[in-house]
Design a binder for this molecule. Structure first.
Ligand code: FAD
Length: 465
């Protein structure tokens, strides 16, 4: 550790159990690990020197950003043979190039800081998710994060033009190009994005910026039935085209969780079918235009009997309240005790059949459980979660069902041509199952890539593969 202290200073090498603790437990408190030390470098060169040192001494490394990941990817394994390299001190905004519509930032920059910096320059960085006040650009890249505006702007991979990486042997890959066209062989950038820290440490990125919309219109809509969600998105795409920026499904069970005395969404919205959609249009026109576009679209949806009821936000504050409620669902769920979560994607055309069929199969085997479904249905991404009906149902009772419930839900996902990991990644949560969910050619190629880029298997071992 002395050599690490020489590189980054004594105060940035955390070795006491007390100091290390917050870095060794994940956000959901489901995964915990051990580490020799937590290292907090400030520059790319410091990270490169630390990785070289670890490589020489065969010490494994777990990269960590804001530690908000939901698959245990940023938690070191329990062997106690690794170090955590936490990037949060590496947080400089390097450059904004307005003419190129790009921003270049260190990977430890917090997502909300990047959004705010873009905003101050009159631009939009569109990645948006509930953990944006804590998660980092490096973590967003490591997991290829999605969130609520993928429908319009794409996920982190789509938003990234170039990256800088410290490779597994401590070399610096300088790839901070702000080019929208660059066909010069294999896309190394795309290999590192979504690799969950298993191939190297991303230290900076050049990201796309967009013109800031002048107005937004938000509505919470009660749909006739789950099939109507699909009809409604089709109509929204046809009528509103690129102005449709978010389309979130919320079951009334999820709506109940975020309803309180102050704002009781469940009683305000008449969602008889058990399903609601939170949708947003944003436009380069003024707010009257957006409002009228939304009203025209919703009127048509009423006439076509896709929807039963709608609340249109009358102010920016009301729109914020709606989004705040939506973002609170993951935390509100924690009140229900043990939750069995699934971050899945299904082709949009098959979502209704998947939801109905899976509910029937789950109820037949576990009538004592309830599904809490919400998610970015415009991208085909559902957070399909199960909780006990009675909150006093013991933790161990729900835990004992976890494996079988996961198996049933994931089998259903593949029956409907989906994926068992939409946006959160594999980490350690889905590692064991991955070889059964991808074909052997894919797994063999992934292993070959890992071996080529990290021959000593020191970068975040026991994650993904
Ligand atoms: P960490 O948790 O620190 O790390 C995540 C993974 O990335 C780990 O495998 C880690 O090793 C790796 N990593 C971290 N930094 C680097 C780096 N510099 N280089 C290489 N690898 C690195 N995710 C979504 O996609 N969409 C959502 O809508 C969403 N909503 C969320 C809501 C809540 C309330 C919470 C708690 C989480 C949510 N997430 C969501 C998950 C999480 O916020 C994202 O995965 C986020 O991108 C993780 O960023 P982080 O900095 O916290 O990464």
């Amino acid at each position: 550790m002395e050599q690490c202290q020489k590189i980054i200073g004594i105060s940035n090498v955390l070795t006491s159990d007390f100091d290390k603790k917050p870095f060794l437990l994940d956000w959901s408190k489901r995964y915990s690990g051990k580490a020799i030390a937590v290292l907090k470098p400030k520059t790319t060169e410091e990270i490169a020197a630390l990785v070289k040192l670890c490589c020489q001494q065969n010490i494994a490394i777990t990269p960590q950003g804001g530690n908000t990941g939901l698959c245990g990817g940023a938690t070191p394994r329990s062997h106690g043979d690794s170090v955590v390299i936490c990037t949060t001190r590496l947080n400089t905004i390097r450059e904004i190039d307005l003419d190129n519509s790009t921003i270049t930032v260190d990977s430890g920059a917090v997502l909300s800081t990047v959004q705010e910096t873009a905003l101050k320059a009159g631009m939009l960085f569109p990645l948006s998710l509930a953990a944006e006040g804590s998660c980092t650009i490096g973590g967003n890249l490591g997991t290829n994060a999605g969130g609520i505006q993928v429908l319009r702007y794409g996920n982190m991979r789509d938003l990234t033009l170039g990256i800088e990486v410290v490779t597994a042997n401590g070399e610096i890959l300088h790839g901070l190009r702000g080019l929208r066209k660059d066909n010069t062989g294999y896309s190394l950038k795309d290999l590192y994005i979504g690799s969950e820290g298993t191939l190297g440490i991303i230290t900076a990125a050049t990201l796309k910026l967009y013109p800031l919309p002048k107005s937004k219109a938000t509505a919470l809509v009660a749909i006739k039935n789950i099939e109507s969600a699909i009809k409604l998105i089709d109509l929204a795409r046809k009528r509103c085209n690129a102005d449709l920026t978010a389309f979130e499904l919320i079951s009334t069970r999820a709506l109940d969780l975020i309803s309180n005395q102050e704002k009781n969404w469940s009683s305000i919205l008449n969602a008889k079918s058990g399903w609601a959609i939170l949708l947003e249009l944003s436009s380069m026109e003024n707010s009257e235009y957006s409002r009228s576009q939304l009203e025209t679209f919703l009127t048509e949806a009423f006439k076509l009997e896709f929807i039963d009821d709608a609340i249109i936000a009358n102010s920016i504050q009301q729109s914020r309240d709606l989004w705040h409620a939506r973002e609170n669902i993951p935390e509100a769920q924690l009140k229900l005790g043990t939750i069995i979560k699934h971050d899945i994607s299904i082709p949009i055309s098959k979502i209704a059949d998947f939801v109905k069929d899976t509910e029937i199969k789950l109820k037949a085997r576990w009538p004592e459980t309830q599904t809490i479904v919400f998610g970015h249905v415009g991208d085909g991404n559902l957070h399909y979660n199960l909780a006990p009906i009675a909150t006093d149902d013991s933790l161990s009772s729900m835990e004992s069902k976890r494996r079988a419930i996961n198996e049933l839900v994931h089998n259903q996902v593949y029956l409907y041509s989906g994926s068992f990991s939409a946006e959160h990644g594999i980490g350690q949560a889905k590692r064991e199952e991955l070889p059964f969910r991808k074909n052997i050619v894919e797994i063999d190629l992934m292993r070959a890539i890992k071996k080529a880029l990290d021959p000593k298997n020191l970068m975040n071992p026991d994650k993904i593969l």
